[in-house]
Design a protein around this ligand. Structure first.
Ligand SMILES: CC(C)(COP(=O)(O)OP(=O)(O)OC[C@H]1O[C@@H](n2cnc3c(N)ncnc32)[C@H](O)[C@@H]1OP(=O)(O)O)[C@@H](O)C(=O)NCCC(=O)NCCS
Length: 287
């Protein structure tokens, strides 16, 4: 059993939710300190103090999902309402464990976004600066989930080659000068070599999920791929409810189970037929 705490910041917005526990001492309920701070560029000119506002809580709420995955009695959840000072405003959220000052909760820090727009959807530029920015986004996404960027992020040369090739594309979503989402289309698993299909993979930063941006990126990828291949395919884990719902709504058909090469983890393989050429010239979303 590890002597270090484990946990995750699940959600920000109206309520901050997450969990934390100490596997070596499952009966203990950990103290958490949720820190709220103004988002960059917010509160300018107002009379709000530019300081972080800490709110303490105890991670002791029952969570069926934690119990179901063998985490003690599952009573390690916490919920903290957003203080009035930050309600309805974009703000940063971090979580600390006062009794474990060295520990970092996975999924932290986050930004609670109220209004997403404007967001620009465009293809990745095959230059060093843009490729480095995408690498930074991919590494941050891995770090938030507790993975190691060195093994999970494609190297810059591969990304550059992808951006420069004409038979594949890498789309990015940009908000306030930062990449917040990516969607790549190309000849990869689960597409079988030699077929007239391209594979699609998509990921958004957790802060921008649930605003409809995934749908817009998928539609941009669809327009790019139309006329270039007969259909697009993707693979999705069966428990990824949000992604499945999006893919079904867009018209992807379920082609059955497919194991991930190497690990054998079972995914659902899905596909959508493509119409002839539809121009993709980049989009600015104003939603
Ligand atoms: C999957 C993902 C790309 C979807 O993008 P998104 O912008 O968050 O999704 P959208 O806002 O467009 O919503 C898609 C649908 O899911 C629904 N949805 C939102 N939150 C949901 C949730 N927690 N559970 C189930 N469905 C949910 C939305 O209501 C919407 O359906 P609707 O149009 O019928 O209302 C994005 O959430 C993501 O990057 N997730 C993590 C990485 C990932 O799973 N990638 C896909 C791997 S195959």
């Amino acid at each position: 059993m590890t002597a270090f705490p484990e946990g995750f910041l699940d959600g920000v917005g109206g309520m901050v939710t997450g969990w934390a526990w100490l596997p070596a001492d499952p009966a203990r309920r950990l103290r958490v300190e949720v820190r709220f701070a103004p988002a960059e560029g917010d509160f300018h000119g107002g009379d709000h103090p530019e300081v972080a506002l800490p709110v303490e809580a105890v991670a002791g709420q029952p969570r069926a999902d934690l119990a179901a995955t063998g985490k003690g009695d599952g009573c390690y959840g916490f919920t903290v309402p957003v203080p009035a000072l930050f309600a309805g405003r974009e703000h940063r959220v971090n979580v600390r464990l006062p009794d474990f000052p060295e520990a970092r909760l996975l999924g932290t820090p986050r930004t609670a976004i109220v209004v997403l727009a404007p967001v620009i959807l465009r293809t990745l530029e095959p230059n060093r600066e843009d490729v480095d920015r995408l690498c930074g986004f991919l590494a941050e996404a891995v770090r938030l989930n507790g993975g190691t960027a060195a093994t999970a992020v494609p190297d810059a040369a591969k990304i550059h080659g992808w951006a420069a090739a004409s038979d594949r594309c890498w789309l990015v979503a940009e908000r306030r000068g930062r990449i917040v989402g990516q969607c790549r289309v190309g000849p990869e698993w689960p597409v079988e070599p030699g077929t007239a299909a391209l594979a699609l993979g998509i990921e958004l930063h957790p802060d921008v999920r649930g605003f409809g941006l995934g749908r817009e990126l998928m539609m941009a990828a669809y327009r790019w791929a139309a006329g270039r291949c007969a259909r697009m395919e993707l693979a999705v884990l069966p428990h990824n409810a949000r992604a499945l719902r999006l893919y079904r709504a867009l018209g992807y058909a379920d082609l059955g189970p497919v194991p991930f090469p190497g690990t054998g983890e079972i995914h659902r393989r899905m596909a959508i037929p493509l119409p002839p050429y539809r121009p993709f010239g980049g989009v600015t979303l104003l939603v």
